[in-house]
Design a protein. Structure first.
Lengths: 216, 216
């Protein structure tokens, strides 16, 4: 059975969680407390030397990092996968876009402006710059989704999940999503797919990394 | 036949070029002059609205951006592809690592320190910071390659090409590669694979974007 190491509230951790949930694949969530430094602990670093979450460990003990990469293992052979070589390349084009033009801006703007605002004091200009650059990426996404039901066309899949992960918490980064109506309509469609679970349920039923001394 | 839009000297553009060359797939290189603003020209933006190179257009007129994404189309069904769902995820893990921990640091340090050094004047502290962060990523890569022949083990493939693209020009970013002996030994192995061509040959036989007015 898969073990998925996550931190509460993370859009990246949400991606493999949602994929596993929608595919009804059994998995165990292990909660690692990033704010308390648990990802830098010797126990976690011995599991994943990169010290990052999400981290996925297969039933055979193989570990995979990078949220978008693990979706290609979890969803292999399922209906959530891109269906041709061209679709696979297009899917990856959007996943690399997400990791360079959306996530690196939305995530810190949300973290410092919403999750731990006390740490954002004095960094207002930097946060504003992230918001502005995120909006540029969201405008590109909005144009793409204007005439599409899902990221690759009619068919929901891992590309939607990868892009949804952080885009759907853009409002928590104080980005006005009314500027991106096609993105808003697409988010509602994603939330209506079978077996969808919200980010707030990520750690329901999780075991704690520290308490358990879990090292994989 | 594939058309590959590139700019001279780019490690990202080199990746699909090397893949197509080693697979002996016929393709036409179109040279776009980024330094003269050709990627921001109306003609290029009508082809690729993201205004980025490399950009790949298939014989059927389908365009794909993002250097690492296009490798999955070009190499589909060949010996350069990862061979299992786990290997595909591991390959993508390294490709996302390359695009977040290596390329965003090596590329600007090389550009401002080596390619157009007159633009780097006054930005020495920023360039030093990129060099330092690149070295952190290269140390991770060195540890990974210490007991491996290629990125995924014994078998050369698109993961090696993706990581090689910018890592092999790290010396032009004034990074001392003697600190990373496993990376150096791996680079020599990559350069010895059948059909390898150096970055300096990227635009041999290319047609010019501007002169031809090529819009795809």
């Amino acid at each position: 059975m898969y073990k998925l190491y996550v931190t509460r509230g993370s859009g990246n951790c949400f991606k493999p969680f949602l994929t596993l949930s929608q595919l009804e694949i059994p998995f165990q969530v292990v909660e690692v407390n990033v704010l308390e430094g648990e990802t830098r602990s010797p126990e976690f670093l011995s599991l994943n030397s990169a010290g990052s979450v999400p981290y996925l460990v297969t039933g055979e003990g193989q570990g995979v990092g990078e949220s978008n990469a693990m979706l290609w293992l979890i969803a292999d052979g399922t209906d959530l996968m891109p269906r041709s070589p061209l679709e696979r390349a297009q899917s990856l084009q959007w996943m690399f876009f997400e990791q360079s033009k959306l996530e690196p801006m939305i995530s810190p703007a949300r973290f410092l402006g919403h999750i731990v605002p006390e740490r954002g004091v004095g960094r207002e200009a930097e946060i504003a710059s992230w918001r502005q650059r995120a909006a540029t990426g969201l405008a590109t996404l909005d144009a793409h989704l204007a005439d599409r039901h899902f990221m690759l066309g009619d068919h929901y899949g891992i590309t939607d999940i990868a892009v949804f992960g952080y885009v759907h918490v853009s409002d928590e980064a104080s980005i006005d999503m009314d500027r991106f109506p096609a993105v808003k309509a697409w988010m509602a469609r994603v939330e209506s797919t079978p077996g969808f679970k919200p980010l707030s349920t990520l750690c329901d039923g999780a075991i704690a990394f520290s308490a358990r001394g879990d090292t994989g």
